[in-house]
Structures are given as C-alpha cells and as structure tokens.
Ligand binder design. Sequence first.
Ligand code: PLP
Length: 415
Amino acid sequence: MKKDIFNSQIANMRNYIMFEIKARQIELTQMLKEKNRSPIALSMGAPIDMVPDFVVKKVNEYLKEPSLHTYSTPKGEVKFLNAVQYYMKKRFNVELDPKNEIFSLIGSKEGLSNLIRALVNPKYEEKEKDIILTPTPGYASYIQMIKIAQGKAFGVKLAKENNFMPNLYDTLDEIKKEGLNPDNIKALIINYPNNPLGCNCSLDYLSHCVEFCKNQGIVLISDNAYCELYYDESYKPHSIFEIEGAKDCAVEMYSFSKSYAMTGWRLGFACGNSEIITMLSRMKSTVDTGIFKVLQYAGADLLESEEGQKYIDEQNIKFKNKIQKFVDGLKSLGYNIEMPKCAFYLWLEIPKRYDNCEDFARDMLEKSGIVIVPGTAFDTIHKEAKRYCRLSVVASDEDLKEVIERMRADGFYWE
Ligand SMILES: Cc1ncc(COP(=O)(O)O)c(C=O)c1O
C-alpha cells in the first residue's frame, strides 16, 4: 500500500484507553494468578449487576414477533420515542415532541460522536480549527471524537476551587489569550453528573450554560449518561430542559447503560432542539439503520414501568453502601477521599512518592492485580491530572474488600 494511505488522525491515534487497559490485564492474568493476585477490574464504567428481570422477559416476548426482526429506522420506533417522551415528563417534568425532538441512539457514545461530526468542519491548520469546549477532567472519548472530526477540544477546567462549575466567560477569555478565534467555537459539552469526578451542578449553573451558549450562538450538548445514579436527594440530577429557553440551543444525551446496567445492549436517545436532531438524523441515516426493534420495544416498556424505577432505586442503595465501604477502606490506608455525590467513580489522588499516575496505575496492576485508570486518560490538558487515578467502584463487595486488603498487604498506603 502507498505511504500515508490512512486518515492521519486515525493512523496516529491510540486505541480507546479502556480497551488498551483491558488487553494489558488479559496479558498479565496468568502471572497475577500465579502470585494469588487475579485481576480485579476497577477500570471500565460498567456495572456488573444483572439487568432488570423485567426487560429480559420483555425481550423474550418480543423476540417471537416476526415484524420486530426487520430493519428499524435511525430515528427509532414510535413506541420507543413515545416512551422517551413519557419518561422525560415523569422524571424531569419536561415536554418533548417525539416527532421532532427525540431520536434513538446506539448508546450515547455513538450519538456524541456523530453529533460532533455533524458540527465540525474539518480543518488542518491548528489555529483555524472548529472548537468544542470540553469538560476536563471528562469522559476520555470526547477529545478523541473531536480529533477524528478534525476539530479542536478546548478544556473547560472543573476543579474544587470553582466547585466544578467554572464560569464559561473565563474560558472565553482563555481562548482569546491563547490566540484562538472565539468565532470558531461550535459547541459546549457538559456532563453532570461527571465522569470521572462524580460531581454534579446546580440548576443555576445549567442556566449559566444555556445563557452562555445562546449568547455565543453555539450548541449545548448535555451528556446525561449518569442522571439516575445519585446518593443524596439534594444532588438529584436535572435535565437541561428544566431551564427555560434551553431548547433554543441544547441537545441532551441519555443512556440505558449505567441506569440499568445495560452497557452491552447499546441503547440510548438524544432529545432537544429539533434542528440539531435533524442534523443528527442526516448523519445517522447514512451511517446506521437504527437499533434492533426488539431492544427498542423492551427498552420502551422499561422506561414506562414501575419495575424500571424500582431497579434504579435499589441500585442506588446498593452503590451507596458499596462505595461508602470502599471509601472508608481507602481512608483507613490514609487516602484523602470523599464519597462522590453521583455516579460510581472515585478520583483518587496518588501518593506523593509517585511522580505520575501512569506509574501508580502500573504498580497497582503489576504488583496487586488492581486495574485502575490513570487520570491523564480524562484530561490531557491540565497537568494536575497526572496526580490522579480513576477507580470505577463497580466490582462485587467481596472484590472491593479484597482490593483494600491487597493494597494494605502490598504497601499501597498514602504515606
Ligand atoms: C460521560 C459518559 N458519556 C457517555 C458514555 C457512553 O455510554 P454508552 O455509549 O454506553 O451510552 C460514557 C461511558 O462510559 C460516559 O462515561
């Protein structure tokens, strides 16, 4: 083949970090087993619990329907879109028109990626690139998706000092200071509850985001993948559409993955501004043909069911206890860590004796079989990320107890 035959962004890109870590874990499994340190994964954001029985029963029923085995449409089945409308009204008191304001997704990752491609005009000169404002630390895929689209990710820094709610006009000033053109900004991504920080934001802050995006004439992408995982009623997540006028500029992404432990099902939806939904539709009608109708039907029933809500409530109690016990365990080793408000991640500061998070994560894996993710996977922009690792607290209670025991036995104390 000719030299440089592939798209240079793709050719120079790493595989998605979570899969790289998984591959390394598999490579080391035999060696770790031999020293009684079989891998315990605290890496992927994937709950290990069984999905709701209800949805499995529904799938079994719908599988017998011949008409549900044919192509769906990217937009989604009417039954699914209507169920989303019902859920959004019940959960957030938000009104949406299923015809123009709701769209099915093959998981929210796909939706985010296709939407970013629908927004960014590819440019090759760094200073000319379309800009997407991206939460940092944030979901590792955002920056890669923007790179693939030949855009530029500009980090909006979430920090304790700004209570994880940075003033976006300060970000605008930073953009100007770096000699970039604010007219090139296409969108702001927000993610509350946040992966990897587990923080949430207030309704006032959501208003600030809407006001900023309307003022700048840009799209607001609210990634609400973790909206059902919260451990304190006062931090119960909101929808961006609870803010008046949000539909003028915003689209919100939802997922069944985290709420119902349905990561493998690849089911989600986008909703909001009809023009944005139309553009997403143009993009997706070319690159996919929608989701298996059986999954949409079963997912629709789940959104409308009492069983679905009961599952969420029980999972939140389970996660709260599990995470609290694990936090206490880490504290007993001297770490300074708090219970997250939402989601199931811990953003753990690494011991001072380590220079960077990659070394700490490597030692945890190679010495103790504990699989964690270096903070730099979530923030390539700010150097503080080097001092953190993300722990996804989704393992069983026994495995989490074992993690603390191994850390104690293998000397992974704070000091
Ligand atoms: C913040 C955030 N958004 C989106 C996703 C994608 O989830 P899915 O594609 O399973 O809906 C994830 C997955 O980890 C995530 O953490």
